[in-house]
Design a protein around this ligand. Structure first.
Ligand code: NDP
Ligand code: 8X3
Length: 253
């Protein structure tokens, strides 16, 4: 399998949850990691923990020019990015499509869709020029299974899946792998963000069950990234053992 110490990993959304665990997993295995996100204090804390292996930069994935600038100005030890984890994303609200705030929908589309395509588009030319790369998106089971209140969030994750599959076909012959990781329920700050800081409502999502941990998602990405170079995992759906598929919703009476 591939030697992780040869990897330089650019992670978006490394200030929390899955992204933070991904930064830790790769850095712990000897890779160079570029950890990004909007919250500077979180980045500094991670830098204090991971040291030399980590380069941090404040980044909002909605800003394409900022991603290009970041990649163009990376310090030498981090310049040869060969793994990109477009992980930054969020859900806002769980209300029905006719009443939820349009601003929340726009923020999800700007982050999960525009932020993803920004990250991928800015990273591909460098990896192709260096003759090697691997792009990860973090989709979701919500991209396959609709649920009440999922509306725009689910739509963005369906976009992640199809965009990455199509991008994968563009990468034929370029030695760049493309993988969509599709987790189910994962205990992170995801629900705290979705419910806008309501800690009770957020913790209820994970109460009395064994959700995936951010480390589990990080491990699946690490596994895909360190498989022999000729192996491409296209999509990987991962759920906690305590989660399955809901029945079709029925309205009666
Ligand atoms: P967290 O809320 O813990 O982490 C989300 C991360 O995204 C944070 O680091 C946040 O950083 C970053 N982020 C949000 N908006 C932006 C932005 N505009 N620019 C840059 N970074 C941004 O949630 P998770 O770790 O769970 O989420 C990671 C990914 O996993 C998301 O794409 C999510 O949709 C997906 N996912 C989560 C599941 C779950 O159940 N938790 C299941 C399936 C998929 P900051 O605020 O500092 O910018
Ligand atoms: C996050 C999982 O089921 O809340 O993508 O949409 S879910």
């Amino acid at each position: 399998s591939l030697d992780p110490s040869t990897l330089t990993v650019f992670v978006t959304g490394a200030t929390s949850g899955c992204g933070e665990a991904i930064a830790r997993r790769f850095a712990g295995a000897g890779a160079k990691v570029i950890g990004t996100g909007r919250r500077r204090e979180r980045l500094e804390k991670l830098k204090a923990e991971l040291g030399e292996a980590l380069h941090v930069a404040e980044l909002d994935v909605r800003d394409y020019a900022a991603i290009e600038k970041l990649l163009a100005e990376l310090p030498a030890p981090f310049a040869g990015v060969n793994v990109v984890v477009a992980n930054a994303g969020l859900a806002l609200g769980l209300g029905p499509a006719d009443t939820v705030g349009i601003d929340d929908w726009h923020t999800m589309i700007d982050t999960n869709v525009t932020g993803l395509v920004n990250t991928v588009r800015a990273s591909l030319p460098g990896m192709i020029a260096r003759g090697r790369g691997h792009v990860f998106g973090v989709g979701s089971v919500a991209g396959d299974y609709p649920y009440p209140g999922g509306n725009t969030y689910a739509g963005t994750k369906a976009f992640v899946k199809q965009f990455l599959l199509a991008t994968r076909s563009d990468m034929l012959g370029k030695n760049v792998r493309v993988t969509n990781i599709e987790p189910g329920m994962t205990e992170t700050e995801f629900s705290l963000v979705r419910f806008k800081g309501d800690e009770g409502r957020a913790s209820n999502v994970y109460a009395n069950t064994r959700a995936l941990k951010a480390e589990d998602v990080a491990e699946t990405i690490f596994w895909c990234a360190t498989l022999p170079e000729h192996v491409n995992i296209n999509r990987l759906q991962v759920m906690p053992i305590d989660q399955a598929f809901s029945a079709t919703t029925v309205h009666r009476g």
